[in-house]
Design a protein around this ligand. Structure first.
Ligand code: NOJ
Length: 553
């Protein structure tokens, strides 16, 4: 299980209102108690913080507000002492425009770093039109930025202050790989790879073809044939894997690469190669779900098909870029609990974003006060009248507010008299780690229980998954089994765990097909009686199957 820490908002040890690495060290025991196996830290490297760390100006140094290289080392060691693995965030598609590499690169067309970024002459008279039709990841604007110094365009796939590195240049590649080795030598167990699908663009700079796409979470006009998920990006995944494999036998086991990539299951699968690419890729579909058994059954089936064992799907319900889960389910805690059960019992790697374990909610904020550069860039060109009608959720600040530790002023995130960098959610006194700790039925205790059962039961942490066919009398019920064939409690019998989620707003009675024992229920009125399971609306249950009396079709 991977737990995402957003260091700026996790815990502040020195009272400046910003989270820091010492704050993370001070709260590692919370993660151990939760049942976390690996922590992934969003970037804390040297950076002007225009995109809060996703704009790096030195890969091998720590931004002073977060600590020093020594604090980073202390964090790695303290995590390891507690049996936790540590992943850092590798942002290599781009750097900050304040990285010294870019300062050199943009200074002239002939200096030694002139080819470290992606520079092109423009089209039209005086070259003042962008070199091609590539759009930024935000889709609205061109990905090309004009540089008056070089009288040329540079590519910035994300935001204008994040120029794309030219990873086709062997010197750049080597510099990036050296930064990777720098952290591996210090004991880091792996990396989450920021917008990895864009690392290698078409070397011929061909225009992307016209082709409108509306896929639920995105709307766009141009395909990304020549910018995203190219064969060369997939080949690059293998090169990076070879670098981390240099450290495989130096203690700590394999070093893991987890890609932030977007696409169909088939496309995502390609990044894994034949066991020689990334080990994991995020599956983001659960961030834009329909709350129905059909949606989840369909997605789980697709990922089981595309990522069969020993491959591992990596499911996500929340991260620092998207709305909090509790808001996506309209504040309905019962629904959030059912999705927690799914996340923690599916085959693969569950990932949890800080605060998800206590059902932290979005903190409503005005778009015009945003610190988030995406929200700000949107605000800068959208007319005021339209801004008024924009759904506030576009502002990523809302999901990055301070972690709610307790009911003290500032929620225990920073000193009670400090000013936190983003406002603490006004409801923090009712929703924080301290008030949920030890309280039966709280979200925190549900996650703790789920993760404990997951680690105790081989069927849940390493077993196969079998989806039950749709039950026509309960179409809104999703059932699957996790089966561990390797170790059975009895003579050769596999350990079986069954998970049932009732998505309906009416109760359901289920035939489990055998004698079962209740392990986890999201609702106290879930009961096993007379060999049947009773599930109230929007509830889920995890049971141990002790004896099978009938098989599924
Ligand atoms: C994806 C990250 O999750 C996001 O927070 C960041 O702004 C962009 N990549 C750019 O690095």
């Amino acid at each position: 299980m991977i737990y995402q820490v957003y260091p700026r908002s996790f815990a502040d040890s020195d009272g400046d209102g910003l989270g820091d690495l010492q704050g993370v060290i001070d709260h590692l025991d919370h993660l151990v108690d939760l049942g976390v196996g690996t922590i992934w830290l969003s970037p804390f490297f040297a950076s002007p913080q225009e995109d809060y760390g996703y704009d790096i100006s030195d890969y091998c140094d720590v931004a002073p507000e977060y600590g020093t290289l020594e604090t980073a080392q202390a964090l790695i060691d303290a995590a390891h002492d507690r049996g936790l693995k540590v992943m850092f965030d590798l942002v290599i598609n781009h750097t900050s425009d304040q990285h010294p590499w870019f300062a050199r690169s943009r200074a002239s067309r002939s200096n030694p770093k002139s080819d470290w970024y992606i520079w092109r002459d423009g089209r039209g008279r005086g070259g003042r039109r962008p070199p091609n039709n590539w759009r930024s990841a935000m889709e609205v604007k061109s990905a090309w930025q004009w540089s008056a110094d070089r009288q040329q365009w540079y590519l910035a796939t994300f935001l204008p202050f994040q120029p794309d590195l030219n990873l086709r240049n062997p010197e750049v590649k080597e510099a990036v790989f050296e930064a990777v080795r720098f952290w591996l030598r210090r004991g880091v167990d792996g990396f989450r790879l920021d917008i990895f699908g864009y690392v290698m663009k078409d070397p011929e700079f061909r225009d992307n073809p016209f082709g409108p796409v509306v896929d639920g979470s995105q709307t766009r006009i141009w395909q990304r044939t020549f910018t995203e998920n190219t064969d060369d990006s997939i080949a690059f995944a293998k090169e990076l894997r070879a670098v981390v494999d240099e450290f495989a036998d130096q203690g700590g086991g394999d070093r893991v690469l987890l890609g932030e990539v977007f696409g169909t299951p088939e496309t995502l699968r390609r990044y894994l190669g034949d066991g020689d690419g990334l080990q994991l890729v995020f599956l983001f579909d659960f961030l834009a779900y329909t709350y129905s058994a059909e949606f989840f059954r369909d997605r789980i089936a697709a990922y089981e098909r595309e990522f069969p064992p020993p491959l591992q799907p990596t499911y996500v319900l929340e991260n620092h870029d998207r709305s909090r889960l509790i808001d996506r389910v309209g504040g309905d805690e019962a629904r959030a609990r059912t999705l927690a059960v799914l996340l923690c019992t599916l085959r693969g790697v569950p990932t949890i974003y800080q605060g998800q374990e206590i059902a932290m909610a979005n903190t409503p904020m005005r778009l015009r006060e945003a610190r988030d550069p995406i929200a700000r860039s949107f605000f800068s060109w959208v007319p005021e009248a339209v801004v008024q009608r924009v759904p506030e959720r576009l502002n990523r600040d809302e999901v990055r507010t301070p972690m709610q530790w307790n009911s003290e002023p500032n929620a225990g995130f920073t000193s009670p008299v400090a000013v936190a960098w983003l406002p603490v959610h006004p409801g923090y006194r009712d929703r924080n780690v301290a008030v949920q700790d030890g309280v039966e039925g709280s979200m925190l205790e549900l996650y703790r229980l789920l993760l404990r059962i997951r680690s105790e039961r081989p069927s849940l942490h390493r077993g196969s998954l079998r989806l039950r066919p749709v039950d026509p009398s309960n179409p809104e019920v999703l059932t699957y089994e996790r089966i561990d064939h390797l170790t059975g409690a009895g003579a050769g019998s596999p350990e079986v765990t069954m998970i049932t989620v009732n998505f309906a707003s009416s109760a359901a009675w289920i035939e489990p097909g055998g004698r079962v024992e209740l392990l986890v229920a999201t609702d106290p009125s879930v009961v096993v009686t007379g060999g049947r399971l009773h599930l109230p609306p929007c509830s889920a249950v995890v049971v141990a199957v002790m004896e099978r009396t009938s098989t599924w079709p």
